[in-house]
Design a binder for this molecule. Structure first.
Ligand code: IMP
Length: 206
């Protein structure tokens, strides 16, 4: 069967690999948008789903291909859901340069000083659009519940992983192997849901 080509609205090589591994059994080939000369678009919206749809629509419009996009972050209950969609750039206003993971983690700990209610979750929204004006996007959401520690713990992963404690495991996300993390994480959950939704879509005649 000929491969169905889909543009991925991300250039993150880790994500390209993850998507290709899950979608190649469906004869889907995921192509990062940079390979098609498409640059990233703005993500100005207050919700993950709006940003993911915007990114997918941008990539589909410029490539003429179906598109996949994701948007993810960490939401802390005591902060009303912040950092949320600002997760990657949470410490931006405190810095002249783009904030590092360490900057963002330090700001999160500062905001939670003296706060005992430290529940939080990672969330990931994936969007698939058949075309830029597809009226029925496929949307898959994964959530991973945990708590924010008082100080970082663990060396693996990225972003907020060293602060994200998973009570059932007694470990942070930064103390898990990539395989363990994928089996539990917001991104792993959303990817598996999307894989099912795509399987259904492609096996059901319209
Ligand atoms: P993006 O959706 O990949 O751009 O992720 C947005 C930001 O959310 C990242 O830069 C991280 O700060 C945070 N984030 C998303 N997923 C994770 C994760 O699995 N671990 C740690 N941080 C994450």
């Amino acid at each position: 069967m000929a491969n169905r080509k889909i543009v991925l609205a991300s250039n993150n090589t880790g994500k390209v690999k993850e998507f290709n591994a899950l979608l190649s059994p469906l004869a889907i080939e995921v192509i990062p948008q940079s390979l098609l000369g498409i640059s990233s678009c703005e993500e100005p919206f207050p919700s993950f789903v709006e940003n993911a749809i915007t990114k997918a629509r941008h990539a589909s419009k410029l490539s003429g291909l179906p598109a996949l996009a994701d948007d993810s972050g960490i939401c802390v209950d005591a902060l009303g859901g912040l950092p949320g969609v600002l997760s990657a750039r949470f410490a931006l206003s405190d810095q002249k340069r783009a904030p590092t993971d360490a900057d963002n983690n330090a700001l999160l700990l500062k905001k939670l000083e003296g706060v005992s209610q430290r529940s939080a979750h990672f969330t990931c929204t994936l969007v698939y659009l058949e075309s830029a004006d597809d009226p029925e996007p496929l949307i898959a959401v994964g959530k991973w519940m945990g708590e924010i520690l008082l100080s970082p713990q663990g060396q693996s992963g990225f972003g907020y992983d060293p602060l994200f404690f998973v009570p059932e495991l007694g470990k942070t996300a930064a103390e898990l192997s990539p395989e363990e993390k994928n089996s539990l994480s917001h991104r792993g959950q959303a990817l598996r849901l999307l894989q099912q939704a795509l399987e259904n879509k492609f096996s059901t005649p319209c």
